[in-house]
Design a protein around this ligand. Structure first.
Ligand SMILES: *Cc1c(COP(=O)(O)O)cnc(C)c1O
Length: 360
């Protein structure tokens, strides 16, 4: 039996995609083999690789002067790849600290260059996104790095901040393709696939082409964007199977009507859950309403014992992986693209039942 999986990552995938993948496993498009067994230099795999890129470009409306890469190492590897590739002119970069991943990116940046925390929301346990203006950044910074959606704390930017022309880099791991984004406002976007668009093992990098000419000579070859661009992400054996599943998810997303359509559905799901929490007089989400994520919804019950009971009983009812991150506690419902509205309804139904049975 399938459950409603609220895991923050790897997250749920659409059942339709899983069924297609299952159908294709012994024999992909009459090749006589599955994609797992296929040479990455073969015609069918080249087509998969091209399809993933073309659909990504189409769905995100990526301008033609941007390259799209499918690489390994997770979003975390990009914490090092970004400074080594584009932080090389003045060797300075400014970071906005809005959570754990943002901080990890900053720490890794500091290994390679002069990294500065330009703003932070740690004073209020990352429950908001700091107000940003161009004068907060060093004019000679090679880039400004932000984490667009903060998976652990449940905050999200409402727009790309104005950096006054400094290239803007965004980690979009937990919101890519959940809502429309104007790619032209960013110099570089990266995202691990396993939250919203596929299995673990592949990371999407969207980089403005003119920024791929400045890699540090000491940058490892696998991290070099120019190398990956030149080889269409096929410099060495790529994560073939993961990229193939991503391509299937993108096809499915297109069939569903694209990003604007899924955004409407996502906003509706999230609004329903937040409205229930806010009106419950029992559950609390402490994120500043202006910056609430539509992907990750952390909440607490009246006390820690009830939190633990909630997580356990929810799982018995087919609502799994609701335990909050250890930095926040309580619960967290990750409601990525693949979480159907019925899953959110079932969660709200359970929350109401639990509240009635556990009065304080
Ligand atoms: C999960 C996550 C990461 C880490 O991703 P890996 O692919 O495991 O390296 C980084 N940033 C954000 C925003 C995430 O949600």
């Amino acid at each position: 039996m399938r459950v409603y999986n609220f895991s923050a990552g790897p997250g749920m995938l659409p059942l339709e995609v899983l069924e297609r993948v299952k159908r294709d496993i012994p024999d992909y498009e009459n090749s006589g083999m599955s994609v797992m067994e296929m040479s990455h230099r073969s015609k069918p795999y080249e087509k998969i690789n091209d399809t993933a890129e073309a659909l990504m470009r189409e769905l995100m409306n990526v301008p033609s002067d941007y390259d799209i890469l499918f690489v390994q190492g997770g979003a975390t590897n990009q914490f090092s790849a970004v400074p080594l590739n584009i932080g090389t002119v003045n060797k300075k970069a400014d970071y906005v600290i809005t959570g754990n991943f943002a901080k990890n990116a900053y720490k890794e940046g500091a290994v390679q260059l002069d990294a500065k925390a330009a703003a932070s929301s740690e004073d209020k346990n990352f429950t908001y996104i700091p107000e940003l203006s161009p004068d907060m950044f060093r004019r000679d910074a090679d880039y400004v790095h932000i984490c667009y959606n903060n998976t652990i704390f449940g905050t999200c930017y409402d727009n790309a901040p104005d950096t006054g022309g400094i290239p803007l880099v965004a980690d979009m791991s937990s919101m890519i393709l959940s809502r429309t984004v104007d790619v032209s406002k960013f110099a570089l976007i990266y995202a691990g696939a396993q939250k919203n668009i596929g299995p673990a093992g592949v990371t999407v990098v969207i980089v403005r082409h003119d920024l791929t000419d400045r890699a540090d000579p000491k940058c490892p070859v696998m991290l070099r964007y120019d190398n990956q661009v030149k080889n269409k992400s096929l410099y060495n054996t790529p994560p073939c199977f993961s990229t193939y599943v991503v391509a299937e998810v993108l096809k499915y997303l297109k069939e569903c009507g694209g990003v604007a359509k899924i955004q409407k559905i996502n906003e509706k799901k999230a609004a329903k859950l937040y409205d229930y929490i806010d009106g419950s007089d029992y559950y609390v989400n402490s994120v500043d309403k202006r910056f609430r994520s539509i992907m990750n919804v952390p909440f607490i019950s009246p006390n820690k014992d009830l939190d633990a009971a909630f997580v356990a009983q929810a799982a018995e009812n087919g609502l799994v992986s609701l335990k909050g991150h250890r930095l926040v506690g309580g619960m967290r419902a990750s409601i990525y693209n693949a979480m159907p509205p019925e899953g959110v309804d079932a969660l709200i139904g359970f929350m109401e039942k639990f509240k009635k049975q556990n009065k304080v």
